[in-house]
Design a protein around this ligand. Structure first.
Ligand SMILES: Nc1nc2c(ncn2[C@@H]2O[C@H](COP(=O)(O)OP(=O)(O)OP(=O)(O)O)[C@@H](O)[C@H]2O)c(=O)[nH]1
Ligand SMILES: [Mg+2]
Length: 282
């Protein structure tokens, strides 16, 4: 993955409303403010993909969803604490594109290229959205039998069933390109603060408990090449209309945290990238 001046492409996968854009914006804030392990070697050429989200956060407000059809990359010329120079490519896009990929099982050329060229994959999952997730596996059979005629609705696929499907598509796409080991994977459990979990909760335990199908798929296909981390890009809830003064006073660059594998919280939002680099074995 590295070597001097390596280009490190991260493929980030996540459906809509999972926190991709707020994380990207906060990652940039941290890197520019030098409050993390990764530092810029020179100024980044174009970070406009996150301008709008950063502007909103600076005003203490949540940002809008990324408009459908949008796909943009920022390229960050960075160096990590070990002196490893990387040109980090980080994307932002509308999550419907991932939804379409799963539903159609068809991968457009650009997505195929991104999946195959990436040195590490990040899957961003918001556990809150999976609470009360009801599907063909969890719906009691008695309920199916008792549904009166004409009221039967097709069971939805649960979030974890969709994500396993997605990972299978990605593995297949990767396999068409090269037969080597799977790229390292970080599963990021986003909006961690909204879960109100006891201090010290380990992200992997939460994944096992709340998304057991996804957890076992990741374990059996990635083993030690996967890491499960928690993420709160903002450190708490914000509103679309009501500015949060204490968030403004603290500054976006001082807000948010990652939950490490051992359950400790770390304000360095670049930890997932550092873990991906470590797991690549270089
Ligand atoms: N509590 C909390 N909520 C968050 C945090 N980050 C994001 N959110 C919430 O998650 C929602 C979605 O975040 P986005 O970053 O817009 O999600 P996205 O994955 O980019 O969604 P699309 O642009 O539709 O693909 C936001 O509107 C917030 O409500 C966080 O750190 N804490
Ligand atoms: Mg977005």
């Amino acid at each position: 993955m590295s070597g001097p001046d390596a280009n490190v492409r991260i493929a980030l996968f996540g459906e809509s409303d999972n926190g991709k854009s707020h994380y990207g914006a906060q990652l940039l804030e941290r890197i520019e403010a030098e409050k993390c392990e990764i530092k810029l070697r020179v100024a980044a050429a174009d970070v406009s993909a996150f301008d709008e989200v950063r502007w909103r956060l600076g005003a203490g407000l949540l940002a809008e969803h990324t408009p459908s059809g949008v796909y943009q990359d920022v390229v960050l010329p960075v160096v990590d604490a070990g002196g490893r120079a990387m040109d980090l490519t980080w994307p932002d896009y509308a999550g419907e594109q991932v939804r379409q990929l799963i539903d159609s099982r068809a991968m457009k050329r650009e997505w195929l290229d991104r999946t195959q060229a990436a040195h590490g994959w990040v899957l961003i999952v918001r556990p809150k959205l999976a609470e009360a997730d009801d599907d063909i596996f969890s719906k009691p059979l008695a309920h199916v039998v008792r549904t009166p005629d004409g009221e039967a609705t097709k069971p939805r696929r649960s979030i974890q069933a969709r994500l396993v499907e997605l990972l299978q598509i990605l593995l297949h796409a990767r396999g068409l390109h090269e037969r080597g080991p799977v790229p390292p994977l970080v599963v990021l459990l986003s909006c961690w603060d909204e879960l109100k979990l006891p201090e010290g909760t380990k992200p992997n335990d939460l994944l096992n408990e709340q998304l057991p199908l996804l957890a076992s798929f990741v374990r059996s296909n990635w083993g030690a090449r996967a890491s499960v981390l928690g993420l709160s890009a903002l450190g708490g809830e914000l509103d679309m209309k009501q500015a949060n003064e204490s968030f403004i006073d603290r500054g976006p660059e001082n807000s948010g945290f990652v939950v490490e594998a051992d359950g400790r919280s770390n304000p360095d939002l670049t930890v997932p990238i550092v873990r991906l680099a470590d797991m690549s074995g270089n």
